[in-house]
Design a protein around this ligand. Structure first.
Ligand code: AMP
Ligand code: MG
Length: 489
């Protein structure tokens, strides 16, 4: 464990790319910043001692007032499609990459979000508000706790510095951690520029997909691009399948918010559903429902087409890229069915299970039943039919579905207790509900990080009971005003 900041082994692989890929610059330090919370568990993975994480030197780094020793601070350029429309150049408009820390699992980049102007800030102010930073901080760790591929969050600092959104809020910075922050949009940026695209391709393969380079020794860029696309299709399909089966809506699945590593990235107006709605939209700005829950798989696929289209720059043939793109659907279905089988306690996915699951979704949708608690209840439902049925408004429909489920379970061997135990490993009790995130935000606004602390405890282990913290598992009371979430964060 490192206790001194200047003994860290920091690398800068992204900064070794040609200068057109980024701008080297200092972030804008946040004045009067205080450490709201630091993630000691992630810190340990990075080899950082608790003393170091809580030190004034580290706070200076987290608040953009000092560089990471040995790091080369930069903002990266990328482009992208936003809401289906080519948006041209975007880039890190309020994020600064500090460098990477070596860990046994590989190098982990540290990136500040909310750390001031960059050449890519466009109309923005380079800042992030406390509200959105708390949400990103908590949700990255909630996803990690659920076993869903995601960037991580190491620290959150708050400050009294005003930030102007719909109202006046205060500035905050989250330190994010990931092997890489390269996006689909990083490739789209070099459409029609084969030299730069080739540099980026080889960088991503060498750093993050070495097995592809090994399998395709001496292959040309077109072949390598196709191999990369295939792998990104599979990872993205599995990530989105995992989103679907916990009721997570990302909210802004623009191609600049899609990670080349298949990680959930850029938490904005995301939401875990309380009441299930098949077409639930979590982003108030998304008036068309482009990123509604039931559209997420096809929107991920659409973004992969944009990535593929960028890769034609390297001479990859559309037919070959299409072959890679066609792996998306089977990869998605395989993961989606495996997740649902685990959630329903089915030992294997049999013909007819699609109908059982579709009818389950239909029951939840028309009843507006709570996504998380309804799945959790399935573990004990077959043995307690009356209690289960009473959870629903349409008890008749619920009873009908339950009997089809009971019927299905007769085709299996496992004892009910064994099935229930395995289902409880697949159906979380705790997800980051919006009204709960709001409680953490409200407390954080008064300098109180205890809700963040308690939430991180339950979200790190969302499949087990946490005595004394049961309230974090509850849906919002009926009279809770819903918090409108938009991209303005
Ligand atoms: P998003 O949809 O939040 O991922 O952001 C899209 C683009 O807008 C990215 O290039 C961001 O860096 C940029 N951006 C978002 N908010 C701000 C801000 N407050 N200041 C500067 N740039 C921003
Ligand atoms: Mg973004």
């Amino acid at each position: 464990m490192t206790t001194a900041l200047n003994t860290l082994h920091v690398t800068n692989s992204f900064a070794e790319l040609p200068s057109g890929f980024y701008t080297r610059l200092d972030p804008e330090g946040l004045r009067d910043a205080s450490l709201l919370h630091v993630n000691e568990a992630l810190g340990a993975e990075l080899g950082l001692s608790p003393e170091l994480l809580h030190s004034p030197e580290m706070l200076a780094v987290f608040s953009a007032n000092a560089p990471l020793p040995g790091g080369k601070t930069l903002a990266a350029v990328y482009s992208g499609h936003q809401f289906g429309v080519w948006a041209g150049q975007l880039g890190d408009g309020r994020a600064h990459l500090l460098g990477a820390i070596d860990t046994p699992a590989g190098a982990r980049e540290l990136q500040l979000k909310g750390s001031g102007f960059t050449p890519y800030s466009r109309m923005g102010d380079g800042r992030a508000v406390l509200r959105s930073s708390v949400r990103e901080y908590l949700c990255s760790e909630a996803m990690h706790g659920l076993g869903i591929a995601t960037t991580r969050a190491l620290a959150i600092v708050s400050s009294p510095v005003p930030v102007y959104r719909e109202t006046v809020e205060t500035a905050s910075i989250v330190t994010r951690v990931s092997p890489s922050f390269v996006r689909f949009g990083s490739f789209e940026h070099w459409l029609g520029k084969p030299d730069e695209m080739s540099v980026l391709l080889h960088y991503v393969l060498k750093q993050f997909y070495p097995e592809i380079l090994q399998q395709h020794a001496k292959a040309d860029d077109a072949t390598l691009a196709q191999a990369l696309l295939l792998e990104v299709c599979i990872r993205t399909a599995e990530m989105v399948a995992d989103w679907q089966t916990v009721g997570f809506c990302h909210g802004v699945m623009n191609s600049d918010n899609m990670s080349i590593l298949g990680l959930t990235i850029d938490y904005g107006p995301f939401g875990f559903m309380d009441a299930f709605r098949v077409n639930h939209i979590c982003n108030a700005t998304d008036t068309q429902g482009r990123y509604a829950w039931n559209n997420q798989p096809s929107m991920a696929h659409w973004n992969l087409y944009r990535l593929a289209s960028a890769l034609t720059t390297l001479g990859a043939k559309p037919d070959d890229l299409t072959l890679a793109l066609e792996t998306f659907e089977p990869a998605f279905l395989k993961r989606y069915q495996a997740n649902l089988a685990a959630k329903l306690g089915l030992e294997q996915w049999l013909e007819g299970d699609t109908v059982l699951v579709d009818n389950w979704w239909r029951l939840l949708h028309f009843d507006q039943a709570d996504f998380t608690l309804s799945f959790r209840a399935l573990a004990w439902a077959p043995e307690n039919p009356d209690t289960f049925v009473s959870l629903f408004n349409d008890t008749e429909k619920a009873r009908e579905w339950l009997s089809s489920y009971q019927q299905r379970l007769t085709r299996q061997q496992a004892a009910p207790q064994q099935r229930a135990a395995s289902m409880n490993q697949a159906n979380p009790l705790y997800v980051l509900r919006n009204h709960i995130a709001q409680q953490a935000i409200d407390a954080a606004g008064t300098g109180d990080s205890s809700v963040i602390r308690d939430l991180l405890r339950v979200l790190a282990q969302p499949y087990i009971d946490h005595p004394g913290l049961e309230h974090y598992a509850l849906p919002p009371p009926a009279d809770t005003p819903s918090v409108p979430l938009s991209c303005s964060s």
